[in-house]
Design a protein around this ligand. Structure first.
Ligand SMILES: Nc1nc2c(c(=O)[nH]1)N[C@H]1C(S)=C(S)[C@@H](COP(=O)(O)OP(=O)(O)OC[C@H]3O[C@@H](n4cnc5c(=O)[nH]c(N)nc54)[C@H](O)[C@@H]3O)O[C@H]1N2
Ligand SMILES: Nc1nc2c(c(=O)[nH]1)N[C@H]1C(S)=C(S)[C@@H](COP(=O)(O)OP(=O)(O)OC[C@H]3O[C@@H](n4cnc5c(=O)[nH]c(N)nc54)[C@H](O)[C@@H]3O)O[C@H]1N2
Ligand code: SF4
Ligand SMILES: [Mo]
Length: 701
């Protein structure tokens, strides 16, 4: 492989300017290829790669302003040591040696008793394999620290998909352009996957019908031909109601079902118990809406479903995904390359050696307990022996990287209380002083994507990407992998794999099936994935058939929310509104909230209400409101209008707590209960009440 520096210089374009291939690191299904032009040590141009089919030359608003993030005046550029109480964010700069020596000494002392008292907390702040878990994973495995169940986003849906298809696999992104009908289900691509939206618009221009299935009249829903605003958490009932109609009208592909679906007779029996009247009552839709959707889906080919993780952040999210993933099997949609379903494409990344990269052999037979990132609040506050701790020791040290749990994990009051424990030793690798960094004993400055080496795969498309460094690290920043290497050396981990540099890690990430030369030359390579992968079975299950049920697998069913009238009528009487908290368009989870231009566009934490619900509470558009439940409250700016359906409020996330007027964000309201499958959080399964509030000091009334 050519070293990036040589490669850059060999691709000189303008006088003294070099073209560098980068990849967007963020947790977004689009994984864009970026072209960076560097001249005189400065980035003079940053653009989407016009040759990369999904990116087609365009970056989203957030990342096209990437330099604002890199050059941000608030960036952490030196190691910081806490000098004030936890959570206050009072730090003094220290040298790397002092910080690393002290951290290693603290971790060694804890590990001498039980290394499981140390835990990582990380997610997809960067999706890169090098700066993700490559060196970090080696470090944790060698140490024998607690393992982390990385459930915060997708585990319910991914588990549902794996049970049905055998892996997290689906349609090619670009084939949506040829679909005749696209159901955009639990997804708001104009916000969260804008490159998918480009293909959907192409299909629309060619005459396809687009239908959004979403409680919120999202930016996407309002641009579709039809919008079905169902109740949060009712998707499983909708899928069963659709199946009922497909069966009774005989809009099925019996040959496909017979050959390629295990458990169809049982599923058929269950679906026949869901006439559209029953589904309509659960979903808060009309019978006509369900029948019309079934007619469209049963009679249009090729029909495609863009399912996304928005619909699985509820108690029944896993079962709902299992049911929806079976719909394309009922109508034989998989026979065509523009039919089928896409929730995630990550399972196609077969040439990826992510697991080996983390060297599980370093565990040497040890089997540390696992802690769940979804209920980190309870986990940090639990006493030794508690179920959250797998019966093991309390967490005494936490190392956070690529994540901002104090803002993004549910039930923030408990999370913040856990992070405020004086006896907890916390290290945070970050770019900024996030809510989490404010609780750290040490904050370590991490490089940003243009300053380090990485390689990427995508969960929304089927290309691999490279990320060559374009700039030297700012200040004293070091890459995550470098920081874990440095810590490993101080811990006395002397296995040779702890000396692999970032370039070596990038090379180790893929098997020889990947043309590394082409990847570095072009910035990306396409994975070898069949055009219409399940046209005749070929699912990743043992039998090659999709699975509705089997001896080891119960039939999927509708599972109501933890918090709803059906499950808890008394609670629903007291807290009559369901709150969902999908992303604000100009933020990416809690990333970009501190970018002035993007924050100015979003203005304040917003709560969208339907006019009826607002009127019933004397709330007008632009009023300040207090949204509350038994877990806490949060001050938001009311946006009264068409985006919310009756009975549902939308609290757009995810703001930094300290940038909210009351020092809270929407996760003050969410709870730590888990999904039916995958033990994931239920962000969109949450009951609240709302009342008018005084405008906070300094805020426009
Ligand atoms: N701009 C931006 N882009 C992002 C992100 C971001 O924060 N900001 N986040 C990134 C990440 S981490 C992820 S996982 C992906 C997420 O990508 P998506 O899964 O597409 O997530 P959202 O955009 O949140 O879309 C979810 C939609 O689901 C709807 N929804 C909520 N509850 C339900 C329900 O019960 N049923 C149905 N049918 N719909 C429901 C919401 O109203 C919302 O419009 O996006 C990524 N892209
Ligand atoms: N209420 C509510 N809560 C939610 C959601 C929701 O829809 N509603 N969405 C959930 C979902 S889908 C997800 S995926 C999670 C996401 O939660 P997180 O994975 O925590 O994502 P971010 O909030 O974007 O925080 C990522 C952090 O990583 C840092 N980072 C980025 N790159 C690097 C790097 O190279 N090195 C280091 N050291 N740090 C880096 C960024 O500065 C940022 O602070 O949030 C979840 N929380
Ligand atoms: S956040 Fe998504 S759309 Fe924006 S540049 Fe990154 S991958 Fe592309
Ligand atoms: Mo996510």
């Amino acid at each position: 492989m050519t070293a990036p520096a040589d490669l850059a210089s060999s691709r000189d374009t303008l006088a003294g300017a070099a073209l560098v291939h980068a990849a967007c690191p963020h947790d977004c299904p689009d994984t864009c290829a970026i072209r960076v032009t560097v001249q005189g040590g400065r980035v003079v141009k940053l653009q989407g790669d016009p040759d990369h089919p999904p990116t087609h030359g365009a970056l989203c608003t957030k990342v096209s302003r990437y330099m604002e993030r890199i050059e941000h005046p608030d960036r952490v550029l030196t190691p910081l040591k806490r000098i004030g109480p936890k959570g206050r964010g009072e730090f003094a700069p220290v040298g790397w040696d002092e910080a690393l020596d002290d951290i290693a000494a603290r971790l060694r002392a804890i590990a001498a008793c039980d290394a499981q008292a140390i835990a990582p907390y990380s997610y997809a702040g960067t999706m890169g394999f090098v700066q993700g878990e490559a060196m970090a994973g080696r470090f944790w495995n060698r140490l024998g620290a607690s393992r982390l169940h990385r459930s915060i986003c997708a585990e319910a849906g991914a588990t549902g998909l794996e049970l049905t298809y055998g892996a997290t696999v689906g349609m090619h992104l670009e084939h949506f352009a040829e679909s005749r009908l696209i159901l955009i289900w639990g997804s708001n691509p104009i916000t969260s996957s804008v490159h998918f939206w480009t293909f959907a618009q192409e299909a629309k221009r060619r005459g396809a019908k687009l239908i959004a299935i979403d409680p919120r009249r999202s930016e996407t829903a309002e641009k579709c031909h039809q919008h079905l605003a169902l109740r949060p958490g009712s998707d499983g009932a909708l899928a069963l109601g659709l199946m009922h109609e497909l069966i009774v009208h005989d809009w099925l592909d019996p040959d496909y079902l017979e050959r390629w679906v295990e458990g169809w007779p049982q599923l058929r029996e269950r679906a026949l118990q869901w006439p559209p009247q029953r589904a309509a009552a659960v979903c808060g839709l009309t019978v006509d809406e369900i029948q019309g959707l079934a007619r469209d889906y049963g009679r249009t080919a090729p029909a495609a479903i863009r399912l996304n993780y928005g619909m699985q952040r509820v108690r029944g999210g896993g079962n709902a995904v299992r049911l929806i993933a079976l719909l394309p099997c009922l109508v034989g949609a998989w026979r065509h390359r523009a039919g089928g379903l896409l929730l995630s494409a990550s399972g196609w990344n077969k040439p990826l050696r992510n697991a080996q990269l983390q060297r599980p052999d370093l565990l040497a037979g040890r089997r540390p307990r696992s802690v769940n990132m979804a209920n980190i609040g309870d986990t940090l506050l639990a006493e030794a022996g508690a179920p959250e701790l797998g019966g093991g020791p309390r967490i005494e040290a936490l190392v956070v990287y690529n994540s901002n749990p104090v803002a993004i994990a549910p039930d923030s009051a408990r999370v913040a209380a856990g992070f405020a424990r004086e006896d907890l030793f916390t290290v945070v690798l970050e770019h900024f002083r996030t809510d989490t960094a404010d609780h750290a004993d040490y904050v370590l400055p991490a490089t940003m994507q243009l300053e380090h080496r990485d390689v990427h795969a995508s969960y929304g498309h089927t290309w691999l990407l490279t990320n060559q460094p374009a700039l030297p690290p700012r200040g004293l920043a070091r890459s995550n992998a470098q920081i874990f290497r440095d810590l490993a050396a101080r811990m006395g981990f002397d296995e040779p794999c702890f000396r692999d540099d970032d370039e070596t890690l990038a090379r180790q990430a893929f098997t020889d099936a990947v043309d590394a030369g082409a990847l570095e030359r072009d910035g990306w390579v396409k994975l070898a994935v069949p055009e219409a992968p399940f046209a005749s079975g070929g699912f990743s299950t043992a039998s090659g058939r999709a699975r509705a049920c089997g001896p080891d697998l119960p039939l999927p069913d509708f599972v109501p929310n933890h918090e709803c009238a059906e499950a808890d009528p008394a609670l629903a009487a007291r807290l009559p509104l369901a709150m969902i908290s999908p992303p604000a368009r100009h933020f990416l989870n809690s990333t970009f909230v501190n970018i002035a231009s993007l924050q100015a566009t979003e203005r304040e934490p917003a709560l969208e209400l339907h006019p009826e619900d607002a009127a019933a509470r004397g709330i007008a558009d632009g009023d300040w409101v207090r949204v509350f439940n038994d877990r806490g409250d949060h001050l938001c700016l009311a946006r009264v209008g068409h985006r919310a359906r009756p009975g549902v409020v939308n609290g757009l996330g995810v703001w930094w707590r300290k940038l909210g007027r009351d020092g809270h964000n929407v996760n003050q309201l969410t709870h730590q209960k888990l999904t039916d499958l995958g033990e994931a959080p239920c962000f969109y399964d949450c009951l609240v009440e709302v009342q008018r509030a005084q405008a906070p000091a300094g805020a426009a009334a």
